[in-house]
Design a protein around this ligand. Structure first.
Ligand SMILES: [Zn+2]
Length: 76
């Protein structure tokens, strides 16, 4: 399923496979965005904090077609 070589086999938070890539925006102390690979459990556990920080979330479990359908549904 995760054949993309740019996707690590382990999440940043624990040894589980990552299901989302979270992109943390730059802050006053950090001038560049940071990628975080999170498993489903830790993603759900920290979702509110991530959204509050203005993070962008990429769901790795969706195929390109599913993501397209999802965005199309969200736009209606
Ligand atoms: Zn985790």
């Amino acid at each position: 399923m995760f054949t993309d070589p740019s996707v690590p086999s382990r999440a940043c938070c624990c040894p589980a496979r990552p299901v989302v890539r979270v992109i943390m925006p730059p802050t006053a102390e950090r001038t560049h965005p940071v990628d975080l690979w999170l498993c489903g459990h830790h993603y759900r556990a920290s979702l509110h904090a991530l959204l509050a920080a203005g993070a962008t979330v990429e769901d790795l479990t969706l195929t390109a077609e599913q993501a397209e359908a999802y965005h199309a549904a969200a736009a209606v």
